[in-house]
Write a protein that binds this ligand. Structure first.
Ligand code: HEM
Length: 179
């Protein structure tokens, strides 16, 4: 996983829990934490960090990955403001596969962000089909929730199918509530 994501987690932890907390997380995870945006790091390090987060981020790995997604999004917004300009959540999600993640692949050689199958044909609903060996569907849920917060949109995210309960892919069903 690219260092950019680790930097986003660091910023989230420091913003929410205060300066110094990131060092405690790294100590708990037994990592030295010298992450650079362009560097590539073992996915296991992200898992160790998520497990070492403060208890308030949630009891399970699912809650914690959602927490990471929600709270890391402001860092991504600051780093890539143009992706979030003149757009809403529906537009952002539609541009994930053909703009955002392809741009990430160009800017960060070696990055392997996921491709989603996106279905927005149903009024008020967007479905993202997610398949990745990393099985980070809860992180994806968090990113979607974090992006919705950025646009001040109210949504509900459910997973009628999930790789963690035996399916071969995850379906994120995002319901956008009328404002
Ligand atoms: C709501 C929108 C987004 C969703 C649902 C999403 C989802 C994900 C997920 C689930 C991953 C983990 C990799 C995997 O599962 O294989 C990932 C990786 C990544 N995403 Fe996104 N993402 C979103 C927006 C963004 C934005 C705005 C950026 C900023 C440019 C971004 C940059 C990245 C990067 C750098 C990685 C790491 C790839 C790697 O290290 O190989 N994503 N994304």
């Amino acid at each position: 996983m690219k260092g950019l994501i680790f930097s986003a987690v660091e910023h989230a932890v420091e913003r929410v829990f205060g300066p110094g907390e990131w060092d405690d997380v790294l100590d708990n995870a037994q990592l030295d934490g010298a992450y650079t945006s362009l560097g590539n790091y073992d996915d296991a390090e992200l898992v160790a960090i998520v497990n070492a987060l403060p208890e308030d981020t949630g009891p399970g790995i699912d809650d914690r990955l959602r927490w990471v997604g929600v709270n890391a999004m402001p860092f991504l917004v600051d780093a890539f403001p143009k992706f979030f300009e003149d757009i809403d959540l529906r537009g952002l999600l539609s541009s994930l596969n053909h703009m955002i993640h392809p741009e990430v692949r160009k800017l960060y050689p070696g990055a392997t962000p996921p491709d989603f199958d996106i279905d927005d044909s149903e009024e008020g609903i967007i479905s993202l089909r997610y398949q990745s060996e990393r099985k980070l569907c809860w992180l994806a849920e968090g990113f979607v929730l974090g992006a919705a917060a950025r646009f001040d949109e109210s949504i509900t995210v459910k997973q009628p199918q999930c790789m963690h309960v035996g399916a071969d892919h995850c379906d994120l069903r995002i319901e956008i509530h009328p404002s």
